[in-house]
Design a protein around this ligand. Sequence first.
Ligand SMILES: NC(=O)c1ccc[n+]([C@@H]2O[C@H](COP(=O)([O-])OP(=O)(O)OC[C@H]3O[C@@H](n4cnc5c(N)ncnc54)[C@H](OP(=O)(O)O)[C@@H]3O)[C@@H](O)[C@H]2O)c1
Length: 264
Amino acid sequence: MRSEPVDLAARYGALAAIAGASEGLGAAFAEALAARGMNLLLLARRADVLEALAQRLREERGVEVRALAIDLARGEFPDALAQAARGREIGVAVYNAAFSPVGAFVEVDPADLLRVVDVNVRGPVAFVRALAPAMVARGRGAVVLVSSLAGLQGAPRIATYAASKAFATILAEGLFGELRSQGVDVVASCAGAIRTPGYAARARRDAPGTLDPAEVAEQTLAALGSGPRVVPGWVNRVAALLTGRLLPRRAAIRLMASNTRDLA
Ligand SMILES: NC(=O)c1ccc[n+]([C@@H]2O[C@H](COP(=O)([O-])OP(=O)(O)OC[C@H]3O[C@@H](n4cnc5c(N)ncnc54)[C@H](OP(=O)(O)O)[C@@H]3O)[C@@H](O)[C@H]2O)c1
């Protein structure tokens, strides 16, 4: 039986910031939070796409939405975020953006590998470090770090991306343990394949257990406060049990390689 959805605005504060919000899972988080009556601060690079989403949510949901076109790989984004919030309480913070070049490690442009670190590792650290102190001071808040099943073991052809997702999961778990007693809930969303434009452009067909972005967003928000990580979808939970716990590491890496072999 499903329990009633928690009133996130009442529990954490009525403004949410979503980093990487213009499409795919980030846009689904924006939809899900706007449907709960939350005001939004949306961050991504493409100003036109972001503003179109913002405008639609204003009209359909009657919430306040600000769009901030920004590259999260650039270190100065926390200042822009603070300015855009104009001193208002940010109750829910979602770091969803990621960069994932596919290919042999020795062939991918080194600048792209370092960009993975900037967007997927430095980005979430800077984002949470910018927002968490005010949450702790108020004694309430929620942080979602979007991670991946790819972060549960090494993943050939996306090795740097997978390592960055291991970082995100472990960061979220540490912060869960550190901030929980101060009223701030943190969760890592270890997603399997999601039907996003980014995934569709790379995968030839849906992997088993592929979910719609809305389902991943809903299951992730529902998990806030229940534990340090959530794996949306039962097929993905079985996969996580296999690769993360049951299989020897070599076998888990081989299984992962069979999934990433065909990625474009
Ligand atoms: N799709 C999957 O199958 C899958 C599976 C497991 C985990 N995940 C995780 O789920 C999350 C979302 O996946 P997705 O497929 O929706 O990704 P996506 O299609 O690549 O979208 C990512 C979002 O982040 C924004 N973004 C990317 N780089 C950015 C940057 N440097 N600065 C600002 N914004 C940036 C993009 O907008 P702009 O282009 O406008 O900047 C977009 O809104 C990622 O963290 C990914 O690792 C996805």
